[in-house]
Design a protein around this ligand. Structure first.
Ligand code: NDP
Ligand code: GDR
Length: 370
């Protein structure tokens, strides 16, 4: 039985990847951080009582900022594959926490690679590094591929640039099977609530159910190449199954403005929006509401701009060229953007129907500010 170790197992990708690897018959180990509240909601359905025999899903306390902890876990688990998904993954927050981001996203990657080298496991263990389209940042005007030079535009992207190159360097210096997946944005119902797509689908569901008035967003003109996380974890696994260690871009090859993602999300609940005004004064106003289950008043302002969400340096457009992955890995996404939006909206409407029920029964429901 193959063993995999996943850092960041409690995150969006970690949860989907763990599911995929369990399905494929792996023994799956994950590193979770200690927190003052339970932080395993995304993976609780995979939990197995550690007192039972033949448990295939195991969690270890750890942190990418702690070398000795990483070394001990890798020595104990003896993984065939390591997926390094752990990171401070929020681009906007990285401007507030640049040093911590460098420690975890940059040096954290080195800690994994160096642990495998020090433990003499370079022949046994394959390593996947979660690299990102944010590496391209300032590269605009054409689709971005494995050969496009990088131009990071945030402390997050600069930290990930170190992670990218140290992975390439360990592959070349020590002949390790270590690869970068350069993944473009991928979303899902499990997406963190403060990333723009999930923030939108949650807010739209709440507005449609009468639990919230409006949503404040930042730059509506940015364009992203969005795929579904379920498709992207499949690519991570494929990257580690090749004969030769190589880096791959994973993307859909289409790009969409944030504004259009907002429109598509409202359309799922029968609401048509019109955007009026410009810059910080732009608003999204309801033009029609055709679904009787979601009676939103025509003329209501449901989207406003808050400069707080602007970034000191923005990445205006991301558009990936996945030709290499499609050709060499045989990878092809199953979800397009419309299917992704539908999946996220269905899940969030379902989630907030519970809040609606509580509110209608006289219980207090919390507001979410972000
Ligand atoms: P999430 O933010 O959902 O998950 C991040 C994970 O990293 C969580 O499990 C988090 O733990 C963990 N983590 C954070 N800090 C540390 C630390 N100091 N030590 C150990 N673990 C830590 O991210 P995603 O699942 O969306 O992304 C997975 C990886 O892929 C990240 O590295 C991200 O940067 C990268 N990436 C993501 C893309 C995307 O579009 N989703 C695109 C390209 C790259 P906790 O739950 O306790 O917070
Ligand atoms: P990104 O994702 O920065 O691309 O990083 P995010 O969803 O945060 O932003 C995408 C774009 O939307 C604009 N935007 C807003 N963003 C947020 N979060 N909140 C808002 O209210 C808002 N309004 C507009 C942003 O300015 C930006 O242009 C994600 C993360 O998963 C990274 O870890 C990963 O590496 C990259 O995707 C690929």
């Amino acid at each position: 039985m193959k063993k995999a170790l996943i850092t960041g197992i409690t995150g969006q990708d970690g949860a989907y990847l763990a599911e995929l690897l369990l399905e494929k018959g792996y023994e799956v180990h994950g590193i979770k951080r200690r927190s003052s509240l339970f932080n395993t909601q995304r993976i609780d359905h995979m939990y197995e009582d550690p007192h039972e025999r033949n448990v295939r899903f195991k969690l270890h306390y750890g942190d990418l900022s702690d070398s000795t902890n990483i070394i001990r876990i890798i020595q104990e688990v003896q993984p065939d594959e390591i997926y390094n998904l752990g990171a401070m993954s929020h681009v906007r927050v990285s401007f507030d926490e640049p040093e911590y981001t460098a420690q975890v996203d940059g040096i954290g990657t080195l800690r994994i690679l160096e642990a495998v080298r020090l433990l003499g496991m370079t022949e046994k263990t394959r390593i996947y590094q979660a690299s990102t389209s944010e590496l391209y940042g300032g590269v605009q005007g054409h689709a971005q591929s494995e050969t496009t030079p990088f131009y990071p535009r945030s402390p997050y992207a600069v930290a990930k640039l170190y992670g990218y190159w140290i992975t390439v360097n360990y592959r070349e210096a020590y002949n390790m099977y270590a690869c970068n997946g350069i993944l473009f944005n991928h979303e899902s119902p499990l997406r963190g609530e403060t990333f723009v797509t999930r923030k939108i689908t949650r807010a739209v569901a709440r507005i449609a159910l009468g639990l919230q008035d409006k949503v404040y967003l930042g730059n509506l003109d940015a364009q992203r190449d969005w795929g579904h996380a379920k498709d992207y974890v499949e690519a991570m696994w494929l990257i580690l199954q090749q004969e030769q260690a190589e880096d791959f871009v994973i993307a859909t090859g289409t790009t969409t403005r944030i504004r259009d993602f907002v429109r598509m999300s409202f359309a799922e609940v029968g609401v048509e929006l019109e955007f009026k005004g410009e810059g910080v004064n732009e608003t999204g106003v309801v033009v029609s509401a055709s679904n009787p289950d979601f009676p939103v008043a025509v003329g209501k302002e449901v989207v406003c701009i808050d400069e707080r969400y602007f970034r000191p340096t923005e990445v205006d457009l991301l558009l990936g060229d996945p030709t290499k992955a499609m050709t060499k890995l045989g990878w092809k996404p199953k979800y397009d953007l419309a299917a992704l939006v539908k999946d996220m909206m269905t899940a969030d409407v379902d989630l907030f129907r519970r809040d609606q029920f509580l509110a209608q029964s006289g219980h207090q429901v919390l507001n979410y500010f972000e």
